[in-house]
Each structure stands twice: as C-alpha cells, then as structure tokens.
Design a binder for this molecule. Structure first.
Ligand SMILES: *Cc1c(COP(=O)(O)O)cnc(C)c1O
Length: 480
C-alpha cells in the first residue's frame, strides 16, 4: 500500500489525478445515472463523516472513496442535462483545465508584477468577452467572484463619483440620504449591494414594470424628481438585461436618457443574458448599454465557464481607482504604466487566476462554437414554449426571449381560482422533482406560482426537453 511517506509526491499525485480524471470523465459521460436533485435529508452528509480531524494523514485513495461514497449522494447535479432550475449553469472541460492549472500555479495577481500573465490574460480575455457582444473598447473589465460582488463594486464607484460628498474620506454621516433605482423585477443582489454601501433598503426604489416586465421609465423619472425635490441624492439606476424571473429586458436607451439628464450613474445587470449577445440576431438586447457607466456579466452562468467568474465592465476606470486604490508601503511598485495593478480596482487584495479558465473556454470553442451552443439552448426553450402553448392544459406566462420559459398548468376544462392553481402547480413541481429525473424551480408572476424551465446545460438535448414534457403531461393528469 502506498502511503504519503513512502512514495514520491509526483508518483502519488499522478496516480490520484488519473483516478480523479477517470471519475470525472465517467461522470460527464453519464450524469443521468444520478438523481438530479439530491434526495438526502439535512445533516446526512455531515453525519456520515468523522466529527474530528484525523490525527494521521490518510491515503488519497481512501479520501477519494469517501468522496464517491459519502459526499456524492449530497450533490445536486448541475451537470445533469435535465437540470432546468434557477439559471441552469454549465461548466466545460476546457474550463476545468483552466481551474486545475490555476490552482496548481497558485499565483496571486494583486499587482501586475506578482504574475504579469495573470493581469495580461485577464485584460485580454475580457477584451475577447467584450468583442463577443460588440461592446466598444472604452470599457475596462475586471474579474470578480459573483454578480453580487460586481454590482456592489459598481455602486461603490458610483458613490465615489457623487460630487462634493467625499464619502470615501468622511463616511456617510452628514451626507444626504442616497437612493438607488431599479425595477421590481431586478435581482436581490441590488438590494444587498445598496445595504452594504450604506444606502439602506428603504432607499432602494423598486420601479414598477409594464406588461412585459420591463421598467416603466415614466415612473423612474417621477421617482427621481420626487427624491431630488426632497433633498435626496440619487446614487445609481440599475437596469437589467435578462431579469432573473422572466428574463425581461429593461428599455436601456430610455433609461440612459434619464440618467444622462440627471447625471446619475447607470449600471446594467446583464449577468445572465449577455451570453445571448454573442449571437448577431440577439445583439440588439444590449442596445443602449454602451451608454452605461458599468455592466456586469457572468460567464459562469451561460458561457461554459466553471463557477465562479463574474465580470465588471466600467468605462470610468479613474473613478474605480479613486474609489478603491489604497496602497500600503509593502505593495508599492513602479514601472507598469500601461498595465494595471488589479488590486486598485476593487476591495479585494488577493486575486485568483480566474482568467485562465475563461481564456481556455473562449479559445477552445471559438466564437462559432459558443454561438452554436447558445443558439441551440434558445431553440430548445422555444420548442418547450411551443409545446406548452399548444397544450390545452398548460400556458406560457411571460415572453420567451432567451432560454427560459415561465409556464404553468391550468387545466382548460375547469376555471380554477388562482389560489387552487398555485397549490396544484406547487404539487406538480414537487412531484416532477421527486422523480429525480428532472429539476425545475419556480417564480412568482403577478403573485402567482409559475414553474420555470431554464435551459443552459451543455449536455441538454431535445431528448431531455421531451422527457420534461412527458413527465409534466403524465404527472399533471394525476392531479385532476
Ligand atoms: C444570477 C444573477 C445574479 C446573481 O449572480 P451571482 O453571481 O450569484 O451573484 C444577479 N443578477 C442577475 C440578473 C442574475 O441572473
């Protein structure tokens, strides 16, 4: 038996990697052999493992055995091709290679010189990402962990730009109340960001939407006017391209007009839908975004890059720098005039080499490969929506612009009251998910429960969408 003491590091490592690689490749060949939603009860996984650390190190084989036997049952399989919940996100093996090599290098890109390749590959691959969607080159990109962080950093930059307040130096006391504007459909990360930068959740104005779930710009304008006349200071407007519930697209050009008129920072949350703009026929969804001060995009959502990797684009690099740069003596460095020290553009000092996985993904698939996959997902969603529309007992609840369909069961032969429809749809969801063969989540539209099917998995094909349709057909029939 091999033990850590008796074998050389490299022999043990290669053997362990061979086992892990084989496991991953078998897994990718057939993620469907697992239930998509983990069926374990709370505490099962923790309870199956020792509660104290081992005194002596264990063999990697026994550790991997624990992974396969004890940990894996507690995995909900986002790689399963019938994972249709939330925003189904998808990694890819070139992205995994990037993660692996980045972990091996274990560099920290706080300064350009602490790994020149990290900084330069980050700016280059974000230039690729920008070009993929036709955004112009005034935008400076940086990689962060999640969209929540990216939007928070954008709000801190917007705060820095407020004339005459000097909040960075003086803090919020003495400043007038700040306000943030976003639609009722935008993501909860906007409220969280507003809480963290000191705006407070009471000062987040949730603007109403039109019949297609897009921000009502007249309501936006009148809220801003009202706050200004009450002596409040607008911090930013957050528009969404691809909202989390229905994937609606706010009217960014009209919102940009308002922001320009009142001198307010415009931040666009395109975390999910940016990926669709790699398609020439969808590039119009970013109309007006070239007038935004900042934009967040999540390649870890629908661009085949393993979580986590979010990108903040900002066309006010100086403002970002003024908001965040704070260089202690031990980190002073000179001579990188044209290369950024990325620590100066956000609140985190340390920086993983996340760019490597994005660079590998874009290079491996190429523009055409990415387009083919995204287009395929949009077509699958359209075919599921067509099924639901043509079915007498199902209805589609929101326009389908991307790869997400909000629908519900509404048996045509009876007119059930809305409360009963909610209960029936919740039960249907539960029963469908209990099969372990597909996973759907829900949203609320107009207060009513709607199951929601999001297609974003690299392995999803027609076969899986048909499986979903058949399960819905079969299990809904049992409910009436
Ligand atoms: C997913 C999503 C977010 C949150 O993303 P994280 O990276 O998990 O913080 C924010 N906004 C929108 C529109 C999203 O779809």
């Amino acid at each position: 038996m091999t033990t850590p003491e008796s074998s050389s590091e490299s022999v043990e490592f290669v053997a362990a990697m061979e086992r892990a690689t084989r496991w991953i490749s078998d897994y990718f060949d057939c993620p469907e052999k697992y239930p998509v939603l983990s069926p374990v009860k709370p505490g099962t996984i923790r309870g199956s493992l020792p509660q104290t650390p081992p005194l002596k190190g264990r063999t990697i084989d026994s550790i991997l055995d624990d992974f396969e036997n004890k940990i894996l049952p507690g995995i909900t399989h986002w790689n399963h091709p019938a994972f249709f919940a939330y925003f189904s996100i998808t990694g890819s093996w070139p992205g995994i290679m990037g993660e692996l090599i980045a972990a091996a290098l274990n560099v920290n890109g706080m300064l350009w010189r602490t790994s020149p390749a990290l900084t330069e590959l980050e700016t280059l691959s974000l230039d690729y990402l920008r070009q993929l969607a036709g955004l112009d080159d005034r935008y400076f990109g940086q990689i962060l962990d999640t969209a929540s962080t990216s939007s928070l950093v954008a709000m801190a930059a917007a705060r820095e730009q407020l004339d005459g307040l000097e909040i960075r130096k003086r803090g919020m006391s003495g400043a007038p109340p700040l306000t943030v504007y976003t639609s009722v459909e935008s993501h909860s990360s906007i409220d969280k960001g507003a809480i963290v930068v000191g705006v407070g959740s009471d000062n987040v104005r949730r603007i109403k939407v039109d019949g297609c779930f897009r921000m009502d710009t007249e309501a936006l304008r009148s809220e801003i006017e009202r706050d200004l006349s009450a002596g409040r200071r607008p911090l930013c407007v957050v528009a969404t391209v691809g909202t989390t519930s229905t994937t609606s697209v706010d009217p960014v050009p009209a919102i940009a007009d308002i922001c320009e008129k009142y001198g307010i920072w415009l931040h666009v949350d395109a975390a999910y839908a940016w990926a669709a703009a790699v398609l020439p026929e969808k590039q119009h969804i970013l109309d007006g975004c070239d007038r935004a001060d900042s934009i967040v995009v999540n390649p870890h959502k629908w661009l085949f890059t393993p979580i986590d990797l979010s990108v903040l684009f900002c066309n006010k690099r100086d403002v970002l720098r003024n908001a965040f740069s704070l260089v202690p003596d031990y980190l002073t460095s000179s001579g990188e005039a044209d290369q950024p020290n990325l620590m100066d553009y956000g609140f985190q000092l340390g920086r993983r080499f996340r760019a490597l996985k994005l660079w590998m993904v874009i290079n491996y698939y190429g523009v055409e490969g990415l387009q083919k996959k995204i287009r395929g997902h949009i077509e699958l969603a359209a075919s599921f929506a067509a099924w639901a529309k043509s079915h007498p007992d199902f209805e589609v609840m929101a326009p389908v612009e991307f790869s997400t369909v909000c629908f519900r069961f509404n048996p045509g032969t009876r007119s059930l009251p809305p409360e009963d429809l909610d209960i029936i749809n919740e039960t249907l969801l539960e029963n469908v998910n209990k099969t372990g063969r597909v996973f759907l989540s829900h949203t609320r539209i107009g207060g009513r429960i709607c199951p929601r099917c999001a297609i974003g998995n690299i392995r999803t094909t027609e076969k899986h969408v048909t499986l979903l349709e058949n399960l819905l057909e079969e299990l809904s029939a049992e409910l009436v």
